[in-house]
Design a protein around this ligand. Sequence first.
Ligand SMILES: [Zn+2]
Length: 299
Amino acid sequence: MTQKIHTSVIGSYPISINTQDMMNDYFAEQQMSWTQYIEQAVHDMTTAGIDYVSDGQTRDPFIQLFTRKLKGCRIRERTEIIGRIEYHTPITVPDQIYAKRLLPRHVRLIGVLTGPYTLTKSCVDSFYHDEKELAFDFAKALRKELEILLKHVDFISIDEPVFSNEIPEYAYELIKMITNGLSHPTRLHVCGDVSRIIPQLIDMPVDILSHEFKATPHLFDVFREYPDRKKICVGAVRSDDVTIESVEEIVTHVKKAIAIFDGNVVQIAPDCGQRLLPRDIAFQKLKNLAAAGEVLNGG
Ligand SMILES: [Zn+2]
């Protein structure tokens, strides 16, 4: 193994909500205090010792985070598509700029995009009545967001959890519309059991694949048939379980991955976004992940 293994997050992070601030913001019709939640997320990730951090996606759940700012979307319990999807204002860029300012020099920032297919399948379409057309319009809008985001982040992660249930035959073109010609490294995160779609995933136009290897360890057995094809971000602590994995347990798990993927193991991360965990547990998991990273890199 020659390459350093970097520690990373997937995206979302739990925050401690200050209800008084929220009330004040609500009545003032603004979100002046929102930056404190980005500060909490970035503080925890950097204090834990993570190499690639995110802004914590604290503002909204990962669908509304995007649809709230896109033309053609109406936010209800689920987002309803009521017109053509168009990009008209930066979506995650302001939070990312704020997060970037908080980072120590050696820490890198991940630009996280919810994937176009996951957005498509999560909305109620009252306009297109054509899933593929809607998906490509989402992809076009995400590419525009990305072009601004690139000036502020070091790495791009596309989050497509829906692929594990259903992957369209145009998935490659859809992702390519976002990643085409980028100089930044890219990662595709698909959680859930992806064992049936690994051949499609390893052909995706991204640099790194990210999966839930901790919750679904049988993925190792399926990936074993395709060991040298793609760089891997190994899910090494669970995002759906409050049990804190020990440093030794994480090291053993990642060594299992290295035995299969060898130098293609370039990142380790939680299995998925950590939003649903209590904050202290999410932090302790990241801390142990970072410590395991040091052990694995011979430090
Ligand atoms: Zn996930």
